[in-house]
Design a protein around this ligand. Structure first.
Ligand code: NAD
Length: 375
């Protein structure tokens, strides 16, 4: 049994989700994959850090992330801050020889992500980006269908990630609206998840042609305030994509999508079959096979079950709900298997860099209103 001493930076939504996933993963998979020791938590909001310390059981607390990356007891720096701080914290953590678990997106630019991916590889430490949708048993199943050839030659990917969380224009400015903190808007926040699934299942996107819209350009500076501030990034992004495998794509995301709560939905069409998936119906994958008798052809619903990778960690029989946090549990299990047993993992910093290169190309294309090659 190996102890992994955790230093958490950022104790908001994701900081808490990571910590509870670490506890659950140990119970589900056993201590042979490592035991999380909650060593130190830092948050620029010291009150939030203290609250996390109390709830999660961290031994020490700080208002400054430097205390985490330089702490000799810390094995794994877990970064769950707003996007802009991923780079500085991860870079300093790597310089101190730490393993790094970083929330998505890896950074706010392709250049910064390259500057993290290269040293992470050289240092040989575990470098993991939290693109948890790649751990969803449904997406792993779709990947198997695509990569085994069961759907024939893949012709098309079409997908959108829509939420209406920011539809209410009286909601105040947050870090997500400010480029120096978030990098970009809906594309980095939501679209990057869809890009991670697309990358995981379909492989590289080679060129994009995008357009974006900002629906609510000003928001209150604080809840209920009459003082307004400028929103700096897109509410909606939509783009065409060309894939290295010859497929074409249409991809979109919106944070002001009326009626849509967590609508990450995509369809992949191949010459021998198609699949459709919607995260709001997390346990159901729609599949269609051209090989079925013509009389019986039609999309059918496959309910996730123990034959789908990852599912049996939670439920012994098919059709029983799994949920968002279960993806995080599978994610930290994979992370711990890498740390304690050298097991392989998909979402390393190189993967995060690839997503950020695509994000950069989409932003450039929207700005120029023309096709841009993904560098
Ligand atoms: N994988 C997912 O499904 C998913 C979901 C939501 C958010 N995220 C990502 O997680 C990250 C955090 O998002 P969140 O929703 O948890 O945000 P949040 O606002 O709930 O929490 C961020 C925390 O970081 C703290 N913080 C800000 N600046 C800091 C600094 N310099 N040093 C230390 N702490 C600092 C804040 O005080 C806050 O407590 C973002 O990068 C976001 O893109 C991923």
């Amino acid at each position: 049994m190996k102890e992994i001493h955790i230093g958490l930076v950022g104790s908001g939504w994701m900081g808490k989700a990571h910590s509870s996933a670490l506890t659950d993963a140990q119970m589900l998979f056993g201590p042979e994959y490592g035991v999380a020791v909650f060593e130190i938590v830092a948050d620029s909001n010291l009150e939030a850090a203290r609250s996390a310390q109390e709830k999660i059981g961290f031994k020490r607390v700080s208002g400054d992330w430097h205390d985490v990356v330089t702490d000799p007891a810390v094995d794994l720096v877990d970064i769950a801050t707003p996007n802009a701080f991923h780079y500085v914290v991860a870079k300093a953590a790597l310089e101190n020889g730490k393993n790094v678990y970083c929330e998505k997106p890896l950074s706010i630019s392709a250049n910064e992500s390259r500057e993290l991916a290269e040293p992470a590889e050289k240092k040989g430490v575990v470098n993991y980006v939290g693109y948890n949708n790649t751990m969803n048993p449904a997406n792993a199943y779709v990947r198997e269908l695509v990569q085994s050839g069961a759907l024939g030659k893949i012709m098309r990917f079409t997908g959108t990630y829509d939420q209406d969380q920011l539809l209410d224009e009286s909601l105040p400015i947050t870090w997500r609206h400010i480029n120096k903190l978030a990098g970009c808007g809906a594309l980095g926040d939501l679209g990057s998840h869809l890009l991670s699934i697309s990358q995981f299942i379909m492989g590289d996107i080679t060129a994009v042609n995008a357009m974006s819209t900002l629906v609510f350009p000003r928001r209150p500076k604080a809840p209920g305030s009459a003082e307004m501030a400028d929103v700096e990034n897109e509410d909606i992004m939509t783009f065409m994509a060309e894939y290295a495998n010859g497929a074409v794509g249409t991809i979109a995301c919106s944070r002001v999508a009326t009626g849509r709560k967590n609508y990450l939905c995509y369809e992949i069409q191949g010459t021998r079959g198609s699949v459709r998936y919607d995260l709001e119906r997390m346990g159901e994958v729609q599949v269609y096979f051209q090989s079925d008798d013509e009389r019986d052809r039609g999309f059918r619903t496959v309910l996730l079950n123990p034959r789908h990778k990852g599912y049996s960690a939670f439920q012994p029989a098919g059709g029983i709900s799994i949920a968002y946090n279960d993806m995080k549990i599978l994610e930290v299990h994979e992370l711990f298997a890498a740390l304690t047993q050298g097991a392989p993992y998909n979402c390393n910093f190189e993967f995060g860099y690839k997503i950020d290169r695509t994000v950069a190309a989409v932003l450039e294309s929207a700005r120029k209103r023309s096709w841009v090659t993904v560098k």
